[in-house]
Design a protein around this ligand. Structure first.
Ligand code: HT7
Ligand code: ZN
Length: 874
């Protein structure tokens, strides 16, 4: 596949002002008639031919200004349509194309999901519906007429507002939708199907009445309420927090069961993976509820950051995605606990983005080249993109940030913008030069921030030396220093927060120091006693902090830091030190031993805290993958598993009675509610059960089995099953069988059952996964099911995916090869599990490489998979 480069960007030679579509739905023969009103782009080249994109299209007819085009006037293939000599004026082109939605297993363009017609056009799906200038800077006003069998598809939805609808001959009917807002083709959508509607009215702050609809599979209406509630809260929040008001008369959300990603922000018609819409206490966990809230908000927020202001080209993807992730994080922080949300987001960032950034798939937040854009919907673009916005806000302050957002939303409204245009608004609003900050968008890799402190008792000074370095990443051997906002504090031995007075008289406003050079030295004066530095508070920059604090320092931070994020971080750092030592012990055939102080500190927290959600985050020790990233090279996943098991068992034994007390004390007789406080109580209770069972598997299993039976909600039932799944034996198998029997007709719950088993860290799991692939409910055609079983095995089971015999890699390669033709996007995503293969010990590395080479050898190989595999192997 050809490489597309940012530096080659040119405006389109043609513009398309309007698109009139008639889509006559049929399971295997859908006819699409598209009339495009074209005109030369004043900013484009003169005398340019007209080359439209297509993908797997069957052309039935083509006409220019309504007159059929002779065969010699154009060239058309399934992949494109060219008019070598187009008129040098405005004209229309009308195409008829024939589609087979049932055969569309790639789930891009128009396809059928459980009998429901739906579309997915981002990034390049519209070209699978009709020939088009399928690029985000070509924006058109769409009118869509949808026709269908009235029994098969009584509900017909499009972008924008409904215009008219009515019956047709032969049991068919139609609906016309008009979207007055010019938009790129990737935001086009339609839906047709037998769907049930849950409705609500929303009045915007300026008085616009909006009809909200959430469409789900009939019979599941009672699971749509939370999504609707989250939508209403998102709409209100966006008005208050960013001044963004909704701009159409209707807003619809449709849940479908086959979807390549989480959801899609099509204008006025969001289409969702049903996993992120459907929830009831009996089928969804607290984590599911939180995800639904975040993703509903995310897609809704795109209405301004993505739709009203879109991207000039796909290199600017972070412009909408990073910013919208930032906005959804802010929303969840306001709706729930800000510190707990920050901890969860940083865990996620480290697990996915840091891992990506340190391997062969590393790329800048704004990449400068791609072969397959689908592979750039990454943690780097989304999560690191969001971190850059957080840093921008810290650097210029909340007020200037809001002024910059207001300016951006006003100035760029209705345009396809760039990162430069975005940053210019903040530079203007703050009066600051952001050119150095902009490097974060171009430079890949996670910077390390090295810190070293020294206390001079006689002079009562404390000197903090800071330095930064970013490791090389593919295509970027040398790195420049970036702008790192470091929020910091100094903590005295008694836990008091010390004043931050610098020797040169400078003040650190809000404890913020901005490191924009390779290194800096800060000398604090009037420091009465040896302090402990609390650095990178709130995780003020997406960097790896390297500071040599001893256990005393870390435990002091854990107990006293006024910054809750750093309290959590201190506990994680103590655990990490213990785990790294334990891994060494395991590798040299020794017994890992642990100082009891960490467990005691956890016990003390449990005795004192009433912030249950925070305490639950503290109790969740670093994951195997976290430990692997700390080790960085020659990784032995079995040693990590053993070390982590040993620490959990030791902590569980040492504070078992306290854990049991917490578990009993948090039992609730109240009816389930998904609110943050109730979820926090359940999270802590289940974390206590989990650690208790690690210390005493027999007693823990008994408690878990009782909880499994008694639970009136999925959070508690599934948490109990997860505990049982860690303890081999008949009881586990019985619980798994019982769970399957209880939920056999509920696909989203069954996904949890598949995922849980695939993540069991035992050698038998490979065979279990292979057996589950033959389970009647398993299908590679359903992305959720495939991600649940194969994705969970490859991404959430470090020791078993990375088996020393390479059989885990063989399994993933086999699945990817099977999926490559049918759904290359999904195949490529799953193969992302190989992103850290070079940091394994040599034996596993060789096995991983040979699995990747086997995939590489398939011919033909999809562009999606070829791109991932070749970058992994480069
Ligand atoms: N903007 C949406 C991206 C998306 C997507 C991309 C490629 C292939 C399928 C897709 N489905 C959705 C989702 C979002 O970030 O809001
Ligand atoms: Zn998004």
């Amino acid at each position: 596949a050809t490489v597309i480069r940012l530096e080659d960007y040119r405006p389109a030679d043609w513009l398309i002002d309007t698109v009139d579509l008639t889509v006559s739905l049929h399971p295997t023969a859908t006819m699409v008639r598209a009339t495009l009103a074209l005109r030369p782009n004043p900013a484009g080249a003169v005398d340019a031919p007209l080359a439209l994109d297509g993908d797997e299209l069957t052309l039935v007819s083509a006409a220019l200004d309504g007159a059929p085009l002779g065969l010699d006037a154009y060239t058309a293939t399934s992949q494109g349509f060219t008019l070598p000599h187009p008129p040098r004026r405005a004209f229309t082109l009308t195409f008829e194309t024939l589609l087979n939605p049932t055969a569309n297993t790639k789930l891009m363009g128009l396809y059928r999901s459980s009998g429901v017609y739906c579309t997915q056009c981002e990034a390049e799906g519209f070209r699978r519906i009709t020939y088009f200038l399928d690029r985000p800077d070509v924006m058109s006003v769409y009118t869509t007429r949808i026709e269908a069998d009235a029994r098969e598809a009584p509900v017909l939805l499009g972008n924008g507002n409904p215009v008219e609808s009515g019956p047709l001959d032969g049991g068919r009917h139609y609906a016309v939708w008009h979207d007055p807002h010019p938009k790129p083709a990737y935001l086009f959508a339609l839906v047709g199907g037998r769907l049930a509607r849950v409705g609500r009215r929303f009045t915007t702050r300026s008085g616009r009445e909006v009809e909200l609809g959430v469409y789900v599979e009939p019979g599941k209406e009672d699971r749509a309420g939370y999504a609707m509630d989250a939508l209403v809260r998102s709409m209100r929040w966006d008005e208050t927090a960013f001044g963004c008001e909704y701009d159409l008369d209707v807003f619809n959300i449709v849940a479908v069961s086959d979807f390549n990603m989480g959801a899609m922000e099509n204008k006025g018609l969001n289409i969702f993976n049903d996993k992120y819409v459907l929830a009831s206490p009996q089928t969804a966990t607290d984590a599911d509820y939180a995800n639904i809230e975040a993703i509903i908000a995310h897609e809704y927020f795109h209405n301004w950051t993505g739709n009203r202001i879109t991207c000039r080209d796909w290199f600017q993807l972070c412009l909408k995605e990073g910013l919208t992730v930032f906005r959804d994080h802010e929303f969840s922080s306001d709706e729930r606990s800000r510190p707990v949300k920050r901890i969860a987001d940083v865990r996620n960032l480290r697990a996915h983005q840091f891992a990506e950034d340190s391997g062969p798939l590393a790329h800048p937040v704004r990449p400068n080249a791609y072969r397959e854009i689908n592979n750039f919907y990454t943690a780097t673009v989304y999560e690191k993109g969001s971190e850059l916005i957080s840093m921008l806000k810290i650097l210029i302050g909340s007020e200037a940030f809001r002024a910059g957002m207001d300016l951006y939303l006003r100035r760029c409204d209705g345009t396809a913008a760039t990162v430069e245009e975005f940053l210019a608004c903040f530079a203007e609003a703050s009066g600051r030069d952001l050119s150095h900050f902009a490097l974060w968008y171009r430079q890949a890799g996670t910077p390390s921030l090295m810190a070293k402190g020294a206390y001079d008792e006689a002079a009562r000074t404390y000197t903090l030396e800071l330095a930064q370095a970013t490791p090389p990443t593919p295509g970027q051997e040398t790195k420049e220093p970036v702008v790192i906002p470091v929020r910091l504090g100094l903590i005295a031995a008694d836990g008091e927060e010390l004043q931050l007075r610098l020797a040169d008289g400078r003040e650190l406003a809000d404890g913020l120091f901005v490191l924009d050079a390779p290194a800096a030295k800060l000398t604090f004066v009037d420091v009465p006693t040896q302090p402990t530095p609390s650095l990178l508070r709130g995780f003020s920059a997406p960097v790896k902090l390297r500071i040599d604090l001893d256990e005393d320092d870390l435990l002091r931070l854990f107990r006293h830091d006024s910054d809750p994020f750093n309290r959590w971080q201190a506990a994680q750092s103590v655990a990490t030190r213990l785990l790294l030592r334990a891994v060494d012990a395991v590798k040299s055939q020794g017994e890992p031993g642990f100082s009891p102080r960490f467990a005691e500190a956890l016990g003390a927290l449990l005795a004192a805290t009433d912030d249950h959600a925070f305490a639950a985050q503290v109790m969740a020790l670093p994951s195997e993958a976290d430990i692997a990233r700390e080790i960085g090279q020659d990784i032995d996943p079995d040693a990590i598993l053993e070390a982590r098991r040993a620490l959990r068992a030791s902590v569980g034994r040492l504070i078992g009675p306290r854990l049991r007390q917490v578990y009993d004390g948090l039992a609730s007789g109240e009816a389930y509610s998904p609110d943050a406080a109730s979820a926090g109580r359940r999270a802590l209770r289940n974390a206590a059960l989990d650690l208790f069972a690690a210390g005493d598997p027999e007693a823990g299993a008994e408690l878990a089995a009782a909880q499994f039976e008694a639970a009136d909600n999925m959070t508690d039932r599934f948490a109990a099953l997860a505990v049982l799944a860690q303890i081999p034996g008949e009881r586990r198998e019985q619980a798994l069988a019982r769970f399957a029997a209880l939920y056999e007709t509920d696909p989203l719950v069954l996904d949890k059952w598949f995922a849980l088993q695939a993540a069991i860290p035992e050698p038998g799991t490979l065979e279990r996964v292979r057996a589950l692939m033959s389970h009647p409910a398993f299908s590679l055609a359903n992305p959720n099911r495939t991600r649940a079983l194969i994705g969970s095995f490859a991404m959430a089971n470090l020791s078993q995916f990375n088996r020393a015999d390479g059989k885990g890699y063989d399994l993933l390669a086999e699945v990817a090869l099977k999926l490559d033709d049918a759904n290359p996007q999904l195949a490529a995503r799953l193969l992302g599990a190989f992103r850290s293969w070079r940091s394994l010990e040599p034996g596993r590395r060789a096995k991983a490489e040979s699995a990747l080479r086997r995939v590489e050898a398939k011919t033909p190989l999809s562009a999606d998979v070829a791109d991932i595999v070749s970058r992994c192997l480069a």
